[in-house]
Design a protein around this ligand. Sequence first.
Ligand SMILES: [Zn+2]
Length: 472
Amino acid sequence: MTETSPPAPDRVVLVKNPKAVFGTLTPSQNPDDPAPYDASISGIVLKGNRVDDLLRGEEVYEGNIHQTVDATDLVVLPGLINTHHHFYQNLTRNLDSAVGKALFPWLRTLYPIWAELTPQDIEIAASTAIAELLLSGCTTTTDHHYVFNTACQHAIDLEIQIAEQLGIRMVATRGSMSLGESAGGLPPDALVEADARILAESERLISRWHDPNPLAMVQVALAPCSPFSVSRALMLDTQRLAEQHKVLLHTHLAETEDETQFCLDQYGCRPIEFLDQCGWLHKRAWFAHGIHFDRQEIELLGRQGCGVTHCPNSNMILGSGICPTDQLLQAGVKVALGVDGSASNNHSNLVQEIRQAYLLQRLSGSALTHFDALKLATSGGASVLDRPELGHLRPGAAADLALFKVDDLRFLGSQDPITALVTSGAHAAHHVMVNGQWRVKGGEILGLDLQKLKRTHRERSESLWARAGLSA
Ligand SMILES: [Zn+2]
């Protein structure tokens, strides 16, 4: 079954008798409950592209129902939200020359390979990343693309078109690098762009693609890559442009101690002070990683209403450190989850990232519970992206759902199905609905030839490596 047209506004789908449902409670109903889900939910009514009603106990829906899905064996979550990624990196996973390195030497190894990207590479990488995300229960994703060689000037347009074809909700962030090695930055000069071009392209993308409406399928944010790859002038100009167009801002921040030292050497201050000087600390800005903050910096981020994306797998693989999620949340910082690029995570599975966040935070002595970790990938993501209609399952919210079976061997003997989903490690959604349309049914993406995608990805990745002088 393939559904390509938007759902009719009055089409009703009933998800009946769910095993458990997360994300139906409002914060005011249950701010501190350690098991924050409503066990009495017996049905979710979806009308068009929104949640219409929640049924409890013996309640029945009185109107016409066009499709009923039996969820007796399924845990239902709000569609998961991925707030940091670099799709293109799945072409350079696990390269021998990069494995085991820390961020700066890892980037220096990969920049020359990424310089060889073609539009065909961008398309297959985006298809692969989005397919992997959908299959893991993700219904909204960001992507931070910042590599614009001569061949890939329209990389973000291509990514958005792939997202539209596969039906995922997307916030495309226009990345940029303007500070090359000769000017003291980290990336090679061949990969940086002029500020004027970056700003003109940012405006073009906002004009072409950004939809400010609450249930938008495509939005655009602006995202200079990091303090060590763009100029102060570009940070200032990008902030002004984002303010003018009311779009979000995003960048990498406080990922490693190398970054802190770079800012001290280049700007005479720590990274967060640099961003503050550039006018970036406000509620429409969110930052990937957010590891190396001191107490005053965390409080400043909270007062200013900023967001942080926790990327546990990437942080562990690169040995970057541990995001202080407890302190950030207590200070009022919005915290979400991200898989980060596939070359530093080596997969793009968002539901696995939830388990990893829980485990890493446990190891660090954090009080973050498995339910809190699930919130990071649902309501936390919605908050960071300023999308209150996402990340919840309550009347009026987007009809974005991820349904998981919890009957694999790994789940046997579990008491609570939602606890099992996080702590035993669900890895594949059974059904996924985005904006009222089924995109994954029975564990398969509707309308996508996965075997062909795998073959093409292998060909493109090997071709990229060959152009960069690597052997397959
Ligand atoms: Zn990243």
